[in-house]
Every structure is written in structure tokens, then in C-alpha cells.
Design a protein around this ligand. Structure first.
Ligand SMILES: [Zn+2]
Length: 315
């Protein structure tokens, strides 16, 4: 029998080692509580690194789900505007910052689409951010990236970006994705302020409003994984990836190994995809983790490591 197809449905890539390191340093993983030995990756997330890892593991496609956190970059840039600036000078400086942000977001998205043109294994999802672009401009940007630049979907991270997955400003973007038949992959999990922007329940309104839009709840809800079942039950257009949560099983706020496997069974193993969340975790270890899950059949695991992503994400 031929080897099963393998797809990593959740990878982050960076333009340089330095950018990757800075992002890893700045991203705190707190929601799963305490776990003594988490198997983190040493990688920085450059294109060369991931291409080598794909070749080494036999994974044929890596879905890149880069995110753009406009609010955080804006706050950093604004903090650098001198306190001695007058009101008018400050307003002008803030306007320039907003224009820079819009440019940085579109350049970042253009970069990953260009990478994909040179490396067919890379499947580009682009970042959307309605704190950087207006609702309509965001939707039109996504349309252009899909129709002219080869983007295959959109990545959102409500918990970091500071808006709910069901924020009305995202409606035009969701409408464009539904029309073009490209999926949304959204980080799912709690946020520190307790707003619930990216908890599975935060997806309910958008899932209902766009029934033909394919929506992936990354991490199966993370530390709010207990909400994933009801979302799966009520919304046929909801799918999942099991990255990160699979590296944190037995953590104090995480499911046990058996609970995670049971969750996958309950939402439907055909609706779940393998992801590494590289460069936080390694591709080879992620495959091992899926293969060692209890309760699931060999066939179900085969789907999770690749075949499901091929059909859910229309690869
Ligand atoms: Zn991720």
C-alpha cells in the first residue's frame, strides 16, 4: 500500500531567523497551565528550515497560517512618538503609523504568496486584520490575494488581534471567502482578558451566518476545548486542527490523552486535521503524537495526518 499523504495544516513562517525568534519570544503560551515536559521546537521558522523538514518527514504540503497583530504593532509604534509632539503633530504621526500598518500587512501577505510560487509545497493563507484595514478594504484585499496571488484561505487570531471571530467588521471578508470557496482558519482558545473572542462559542454567530464557509477552529478550542463538541454538533461547516493542544495533553488546563482522543471521536475524526504549529513544535514529533493517540483507528489517524486536510481545505 502506498504511504498515506501527509499534510501539516498549521505552520508559521518568517522572513528571517530574527523575525521568527522575536515572534516566538513575544508569544506567551499560558492557557494550558503547567506541564513539566513540553517538546518545543528549536526552529526559527524560515522557509529553508521548513523545506528541509518537509523533505525529512515526507509531509507533502505545509499550510502557512501567518498572523498579523495590528493592535500590538500600532501600540509599539505610537509609544515611539515623542511625548513632546503637539496635538497636531501627534495626529499626523498616528495617521502615518496607520498607513504604515496597512502597507506592512499587505506586504507580509504578498511575501507568503510569493514564497508559495517558488515552493509548491507551501499553501499560503493570508492574514486579515480589521483594526488595520476597514471592513470593506479588508475584504477587497483578501479577494485580490486569492484571485490574483494564489492565497488559499484566511488566517485570524481573535485572541491576539483583539476582535471577536463573530465581529461584524469581518462579515464582508467572510462573504468574499464564502463566495470564492476558500476557508478561514481561526485560532481558538481563551484570551487573558476573558473576552471570549476566539473561544469556540465566539465562532457560533459567524458559522451560522455563513453556512457555506469552511471554518477551521485551530487547536480544537485550546484550553476551552470543552466548547468544541457543541460547535461541531450545531455547525456542519466547523472543522478542527489538533495542533498545540496535542503537545500539551496532561497539562493542568489541558485534556488528558484519552480526553483529547475522545474529543476527536466526538466531533468526528474526519473533521480533524494534523498541524504542528511550527516553529513552536516540530513536524516529526507532531506525526508521532497523532499516531500514538488512543481510541482512534489506523484509518482515522491516516485521515488526520493528511487526507482530511486535502478535502477540507480543498488542496
Ligand atoms: Zn498557530
Amino acid at each position: 500500500m502506498a504511504d498515506p499523504i501527509m499534510v501539516d495544516s498549521h505552520v508559521h513562517l518568517f522572513r528571517s531567523k530574527e523575525e521568527g525568534q522575536a515572534d516566538k519570544d513575544g508569544y506567551e503560551i499560558w492557557e494550558y497551565g503547567e506541564k513539566p515536559h513540553v517538546c518545543f521546537s528549536e526552529a526559527f521558522g524560515t522557509v529553508d528550515e521548513v523545506m528541509a523538514d518537509l523533505a525529512a518527514t515526507g509531509i507533502s504540503k505545509a499550510v502557512v497560517v501567518n498572523l498579523f497583530v495590528g493592535e500590538a504593532i500600532r501600540a509599539e509604534k505610537r509609544a515611539r512618538v515623542s511625548g513632546s509632539a503637539t496635538g497636531r503633530e501627534r495626529d499626523d504621526a498616528y495617521d502615518r503609523i496607520d498607513a504604515e500598518l496597512a502597507h506592512e500587512l499587505t506586504a507580509f501577505n504578498q511575501w507568503i504568496c510569493d514564497v508559495s510560487r517558488a515552493h509548491g509545497e507551501i499553501v499560503p493563507f493570508v492574514a486579515a486584520d480589521v483594526t488595520v484595514l476597514s471592513a470593506d478594504a479588508c475584504a477587497e484585499h483578501v479577494r485580490g490575494m486569492v484571485t490574483e496571488n494564489g492565497a488559499r484561505g484566511v488566517k485570524l487570531h481573535g485572541a491576539s488581534q483583539g476582535f471577536s471571530m463573530s465581529d461584524g467588521r469581518l462579515w464582508p471578508t467572510y462573504a468574499v471567502c464564502q463566495e470564492l470557496g476558500v476557508p478561514i482558519i481561526g485560532h481558538s482558545g481563551p484570551d487573558k482578558a476573558g473576552a471570549g473572542f476566539a473561544e469556540p462559542r465566539g465562532f457560533a454567530d459567524m458559522l451560522k451566518a455563513f453556512p457555506d464557509l469552511t471554518v477551521v477552529l485551530a487547536h480544537m478550542g485550546g484550553a476551552t476545548w470543552d466548547q468544541a463538541r457543541e460547535i461541531a454538533e450545531n455547525h456542519a461547516n466547523a472543522f478542527f486542527d489538533c495542533c498545540e493542544i496535542i503537545e500539551w495533553t496532561e497539562g493542568t488546563n489541558a485534556p488528558s490523552e484519552v480526553e483529547l482522543a475522545q474529543l476527536i471521536k466526538d466531533v468526528g475524526p474526519h473533521r480533524v486535521m494534523m498541524g504542528s504549529d511550527y516553529p513552536w513544535y516540530d513536524l516529526d514529533h507532531t506525526i508521532e503524537r497523532v499516531m500514538e493517540l488512543p481510541l482512534l483507528s489506523a484509518e482515522e489517524k491516516e485521515g488526520i495526518i493528511g487526507a482530511n486536510a486535502m478535502s477540507i481545505l480543498k488542496l
